[in-house]
Design a protein around this ligand. Structure first.
Ligand SMILES: Cc1cc2nc3c(=O)[nH]c(=O)nc-3n(C[C@H](O)[C@H](O)[C@H](O)COP(=O)(O)OP(=O)(O)OC[C@H]3O[C@@H](n4cnc5c(N)ncnc54)[C@H](O)[C@@H]3O)c2cc1C
Length: 317
């Protein structure tokens, strides 16, 4: 079996989970194997129908534990993997999965590769690719362990609906949580989550202060249904919260469109957004390294470009 963990919160299946299930289905098809999806926690039953759309043959569902607990989540996934002789276990690269996937790996004595951006099957076994050295090189990794595990970079793998038997198996996760989440505080309710956004409007030191993030960049993002990102220089200056930072020491994002305003394109920033599908950079310095990766480069003053963009989008709407 190819097993995929589906990350959901309160009955909302994350897009990154759908991508991981779609990729699991592609692998199951090439390996002539079945696809199992495991979903846990409060709200788990509410996402079963959506999971079935992506071709699951079996959905293992448990409303326990009610709150996120790294040890109990790991216990639940490892139990299902063992009982069903899983050969591959995939996770969406969400913060929660990145937190507990290593525990599953330890329990299953399985090799775990994080942040993968591609998979292939060689001689009937999984081989994965992941960016290394801040995105300067791509490593191809195969597994020595019997079970192969990976976390998938969000927004990289294509969504694909397909058919599967869709059998639902309920189970429970027993045991006492050694640690559990007691409260989830969503910083910006209603705003688009950075790692899942298909468009990101990002600002750097060139933006020159917090007001521009709060006003113009936020307005542009709202018009486009986008999330707001930032360089570390902007975050370190205290202009915007660290949760918006893109890069090596921030979040890794891979949206359809990444707009960089007043960002030079340091290697540590590129490490976090280099796999974006379409990069639009606005910078007044024609030699800024961001232009080396940009699909569209605009050498101009951002303070002129952003308001003009806002006006044009408003007109178009
Ligand atoms: C270990 C380590 C980890 C790091 N992790 C990260 C990370 O996760 N993310 C990250 O971003 N950085 C990271 N950095 C920092 C990184 O090296 C850069 O310092 C940082 O990315 C620079 O941010 P910036 O591009 O906003 O600022 P600058 O490099 O100062 O660039 C500002 C740009 O704005 C342009 N500009 C100025 N005014 C205008 C205008 N009016 N119109 C248009 N353009 C204008 C300038 O031409 C310039 O190119 C890390 C560094 C280290 C050492």
């Amino acid at each position: 079996m190819i097993l995929v963990f589906a990350d959901q919160r309160d009955g909302n299946l994350k897009k990154a989970s759908k991508e991981a299930i779609s990729e699991g289905k592609r692998l199951a098809t090439s390996l002539s194997d079945s696809l199992g999806v495991v979903v846990l926690g409060s709200g788990a039953k509410g996402v079963v129908d959506e999971i079935k759309k992506y071709g699951a043959d079996k959905v293992f569902v448990s409303e326990t534990p009610d709150a996120y607990s790294p040890d109990l989540y790991a216990e639940g996934v490892a139990k299902i993997a063992k009982e069903n002789d899983a050969k591959v276990v995939l996770f969406p690269g969400t913060s929660m999965c990145v937190d507990f996937a290593p525990r599953v790996s330890a329990k299953l004595e399985a090799g775990l590769v994080t942040d993968i951006t591609a998979t292939e099957v060689k001689d009937g076994k999984l081989v994965v690719k992941k960016p290394v050295y801040s995105g300067k090189a791509i490593a191809t990794v195969d597994y020595k362990s019997d079970i192969a595990m990976a976390t998938l970079r969000p927004n990289v793998f294509e969504l694909a609906e397909s058919n599967g038997a869709g059998e639902v198996v309920e189970f429970s996760v027993d045991g006492e949580a050694k640690a559990k989440a007691i409260k989830v505080e969503l910083k910006e309710a209603g705003k688009v989550e950075l790692t899942e956004a298909s468009i990101i409007v990002s600002g750097g030191r060139g933006v020159k202060g917090p007001e521009y993030f709060q006003n113009e960049l936020q307005q542009l993002a709202d018009l486009l249904g986008a999330a707001v990102g930032a360089s570390r220089a902007a975050v370190d200056a205290g202009w915007i919260d660290h949760s918006h930072q893109v890069g090596q020491t921030g979040k890794v994002v891979s949206p359809k469109v990444y707009m960089a305003f007043g960002i030079s394109g340091a290697i540590q920033h590129l490490a976090g957004m280099g796999t974006s599908q379409y990069i639009i950079a606005v910078n007044k310095d024609p030699d800024a390294p961001i232009f080396n990766v940009a699909s569209l480069g605009v050498v101009a003053d951002l303070f002129k470009v952003v308001p003009a963009l806002i006006e044009e989008i408003k007109k178009a709407k």
